[in-house]
Design a protein around this ligand. Structure first.
Ligand code: ZN
Length: 81
């Protein structure tokens, strides 16, 4: 189920994005992924940490580096409601 529903930690609005295991660093969990809120009134990027089932464990406002040293991908939100 790649479609994820969550809240942007900057503007607290509902966001929707697609996430698959191919997007994340599976070497270590929770794995960081940058979520870019693609909205002209927000336009902020935060770090979401997901577990092996791609469930969001926690979020950080800044773009955090991966502790494995692997590149963290950026995923754009699909839209807000
Ligand atoms: Zn936002």
């Amino acid at each position: 189920m790649p479609l994820k529903f969550d809240f942007c930690p900057y503007c607290q609005r509902k966001i929707v994005f697609n996430l698959t295991e191919a997007d994340i660093d599976t070497a270590h969990y929770p794995s960081p992924i940058y979520i870019h809120h693609t909205d002209k009134t927000c336009d902020k990027t935060s770090t979401f940490y997901v577990d092996s089932l791609l469930r969001v464990s926690y979020k950080e406002l800044d773009k955090k580096e991966s502790i494995t040293g692997n590149k963290v991908k950026t995923v754009n939100t699909i839209g807000t409601r």
